[in-house]
Design a protein around this ligand. Structure first.
Ligand SMILES: NCCC[C@H](NC(=O)CCC(=O)O)C(=O)O
Ligand SMILES: NC(=O)OP(=O)(O)O
Length: 316
C-alpha cells in the first residue's frame, strides 16, 4: 500500500475518526513499528512535514532516517535508457532499489519545478520511486498533491464542527514567489469527499486550478461574495496553472484582512504554513482567536501517524 493522493483514502469520515482516536492516545500502538524503519527523503525545505512525520513514526516505535536529498544526495536521472554523460550521477533505478534495502517505508517530498507542466503532472520523482522501490511510498508533498496536509485539514475542521452545514472557502491570496498547486489540489480533492460541507473556491480570473482536479467544484470570482457566511477560510497562494508557473496577479486586495473576515459567519482562519504575514493574511487575522493554524500544524502528526499505521498494518 502506498499513500500518494487523497484518492488513497477510502472513507474520509472513517479516517478522520481514526485520526482523532490516535490523537487521544498517540502511544497506543508504540509496538507496531518496532524494528521498522522510515526513510524520509527531502528534495525541498520543510519544517512541519519533517518534524510531524518523524514524530508520528516515533509514536509508532519506528526508527527514522532523514536525508536532505536535494542538497546532499546525488543528482538523479529519471529517464529510461538515458546515456548518463551529463549532470546526473545516479539513475532512479538503483537509487530507489538501494533505499528500499534500508527502509520499510519511504516518504518523499519533491515539489513541482513549475517550468514544465507535463513533467510536473507526470510526478517524475514519486513515479520513479513507485516504479523502482520495493517498499511502500508516502507522499510528503509532490508536484501535484499534499495529501497528508489535507488529511490534517480535514481532522482540524472536524474538531471545529459547526452545528449547521458549514461553508468552507478556499481563497487564493497573493505571494511574492511562484508556488506550486499541490496544497490547493489536495484540499479540493479532500473537500470533494466531504458530503456534509458546502465548498467554494475563490481566485482571480485566470487562476483556475487543473480542471481535472476541480471538476464541478464551485468557483466564485468575487472574493467578498465567496466569504459571505463562510465558516472556514482556507487561504493559499498558487501560481498560474494555465500560464504555467507564472505570477500573473499580485493584487493586495486579495489579502485576507479583518474587514473581509467580518463578511463571514465568524469563520475560522486556516493555512498550511509557512505563511507570508501581511501578504497572504494580516497579523490581525492570523493572531486572532479565530486562527487555527497552529492546531492545524499539530494535526499533521496524527495525519501522518494514521498513514504510517495503516501502511504498517497492511504489510504485517
Ligand atoms: N508545505 C506547505 C507549503 C509549501 C510550499 N510553500 C512555499 O514554498 C512557501 C515558500 C515561501 O513563502 O517562500 C507550497 O506552497 O507548496
Ligand atoms: N505545511 C507544510 O507542509 O509545512 P512544511 O513545508 O514546513 O513541511
Amino acid at each position: 500500500m502506498n499513500f500518494i493522493s487523497i484518492q488513497n483514502i477510502d472513507s474520509l469520515d472513517k479516517w478522520v475518526k481514526q485520526a482523532l482516536k490516535i490523537k487521544k492516545n498517540p502511544l497506543k500502538n508504540k509496538k507496531l513499528g518496532k524494528n521498522k524503519t522510515l526513510v524520509m527523503l527531502f528534495f525541498n525545505a520543510s519544517l512541519r512535514t519533517r518534524l510531524s512525520t518523524q514524530k508520528a513514526a516515533l509514536n509508532l516505535g519506528m526508527n527514522v532516517m532523514v536525508m536532505n536529498f536535494g542538497s546532499e544526495g546525488w543528482t538523479l536521472e529519471y529517464e529510461d535508457g538515458a546515456i548518463m554523460n551529463q549532470g546526473a550521477s545516479e539513475h532512479i533505478k538503483e537509487a530507489a532499489a538501494v533505499v528500499s534495502q534500508y527502509a520499510d517505508i519511504i516518504a518523499i517530498r519533491a515539489f513541482a519545478g513549475l517550468v514544465d507542466k507535463e513533467k510536473d503532472n507526470a510526478e517524475m520523482v514519486i513515479s520513479g520511486f513507485l516504479k523502482h522501490a520495493t517498499v511502500p511510498i508516502v507522499n510528503m508533498e509532490s508536484a501535484t498533491g499534499h495529501p497528508m496536509q489535507s488529511l490534517a485539514d480535514a481532522i482540524t475542521m472536524a474538531e471545529h464542527k459547526t452545528e449547521h452545514r458549514p461553508k468552507v472557502v478556499l481563497t487564493w491570496a497573493p505571494h511574492p514567489r511562484a508556488l506550486p498547486q499541490a496544497v490547493p489540489n489536495s484540499f479540493v480533492e479532500m473537500m470533494q469527499k466531504q458530503t456534509e460541507m458546502d465548498f467554494v473556491i475563490t481566485h482571480p480570473k485566470g487562476y483556475e486550478l487543473n480542471p481535472e482536479i476541480t471538476k464541478d467544484s464551485k468557483i466564485e470570482y468575487d472574493q467578498n461574495k465567496a466569504f459571505e457566511n463562510a465558516d472556514f477560510i482556507y487561504a493559499k497562494n498558487w501560481s498560474n496553472y494555465k500560464e504555467y508557473g507564472q505570477i500573473t496577479n499580485s493584487d493586495p486586495n486579495w489579502t485576507v484582512t479583518a474587514d473581509k473576515m467580518k463578511l463571514t459567519n465568524n469563520a475560522k482562519f486556516m493555512h498550511c504554513l509557512p505563511v507570508r504575514r501581511n501578504v497572504i493574511v494580516t497579523d490581525e487575522v492570523i493572531d486572532s482567536e479565530n486562527s487555527i493554524v497552529i492546531e492545524q500544524a499539530n494535526n499533521r502528526t496524527y495525519s501522518a501517524q494514521l498513514v504510517l499505521q495503516t501502511i504498517l498494518e497492511n504489510v504485517k
